[in-house]
Design a protein around this ligand. Structure first.
Ligand code: FPP
Ligand code: MG
Length: 333
């Protein structure tokens, strides 16, 4: 299938997905029930212009497996609502005030509405799975537990800077990799292709880590185009990121100096810039790019021959675009 022929199909899927997502919130199990503010908060964040990357990934895996569209849409809603519920909760944890260009639910209403709206959204996410094997629901529940633990580990890591590379990896898998892995494993389960569960899960996991690490790389070297994001936010906010983890594990002087810096409350902008430059000098930006490429290679290996067929070719295209973006950010710094 050529790229030009495939694109309209993806957007057809997305318009049907949007319709079904509206209907999920109108389900009689929830619509018209008090207090309505919870559904209002769900809609507020669900229709605020998210990229719909997870629904598209489900559609691509589904196309590769020849999964009927109704199943793809149900799984896509599950994946998107688990993601969106996690953002409702994350904005409470992080005290976020804007998301997708709109006030967060905690800012627009309050923390109670955001947390409980997120809980209701999770229930709606799981309801989509009622017609599928119970393993799919269990897997979704396990995923939510994994995401929850990773979010707590990240909070802890911000308080205690002694975290290591394996700790970073566990957080990144829980924050990003696990849900993209679910897009693959759940699609394989619903399609009855149990022999592909592991492979498609690995594909999603490695894609997720590649996205996360590219984000971390761009935070250090900057995006080639001004996207309105502050550079070095991870250093400034004591956030665990891949290049910081790499620099800490490969250079004792860096680790000690960063630990000292992060003990202080008065981080100056000069300090932040100096540590950013130090990460690059240590070769950690180059190594970060190499790691992105390694994850993309592994994602493609896991996808195997599907990379050349329906759906899979879109995933391969995403991987190629991400590889180009990561290389470009480093070259143009
Ligand atoms: C955004 O990270 C946050 C996540 C990707 C996951 C957050 C997960 C939880 C709060 C656990 C609860 C999970 C569920 C499913 C209810 P970020 O803060 O780095 O990114 P941001 O800049 O977009 O906020
Ligand atoms: Mg956040």
């Amino acid at each position: 299938m050529s790229q030009t022929a495939a694109k309209p199909l993806a957007s057809d899927f997305l318009s049907r997905f949007e319709r079904q997502l509206h209907l999920a919130f109108e389900d009689p199990r929830h619509a018209g029930k008090q207090p309505e503010v919870l559904l209002e908060a769900c809609r507020h964040v669900s229709f605020a212009g998210g990229k719909r990357m997870r629904p598209l990934l489900v559609d691509h895996f589904g196309a590769a497996l020849d999964l009927p569209e109704d199943a793809r849409i149900r799984l896509a809603i599950t994946a998107e609502l688990i993601h969106t519920a996690s953002l409702l909760h994350d904005d409470v944890v992080d005290e976020g005030t804007t998301r997708r260009g709109k006030p967060t639910a905690n800012a627009r209403w309050n923390n109670s509405v955001a947390v409980l709206g997120g809980d209701l959204m999770l229930c709606i996410a799981l309801e989509q799975l009622e017609d599928y094997p119970r393993e799919v629901t269990f897997e979704a529940v396990t995923l939510v537990a994994e995401m929850t633990r990773a979010a707590m580990r990240e909070v802890d890591a911000r308080q205690d800077s002694t975290w290591t590379l394996p700790e970073w990896e566990a957080i990144a898998h829980g924050k990003t990799g696990a849900l993209l892995a679910f897009c693959g494993t759940a699609s394989a389960r619903v399609a009855g292709r149990t022999e592909l569960i592991e492979r498609l899960g690995q594909c999603g996991h490695h894609l997720g880590l590649a996205f996360q690490i590219t984000d971390d790389l761009i935070d250090v070297v900057g995006h080639p185009i001004d996207i309105g994001k502050d550079r070095l936010a991870d250093l400034r906010n004591k956030n665990p990121s891949f290049p910081i983890a790499l620099a800490r594990s490969s250079n004792e002087d860096f680790r000690r100096a960063l630990d000292e810096l992060w003990q202080r409350d008065d981080l100056s902008e000069d300090d932040v810039q100096r540590f950013g430059a130090w990460i690059v000098e240590l070769g950690c930006a180059d190594k970060t790019l190499a790691t992105v490429e390694d994850h993309l290679d592994r994602a493609m290996d896991a996808l195997g021959p599907f990379a050349h067929g329906p759906g899979g070719e879109h995933i391969a295209e995403w991987a190629a675009q991400l590889r180009a973006q990561a290389r470009w950010s480093l070259e143009s710094q």
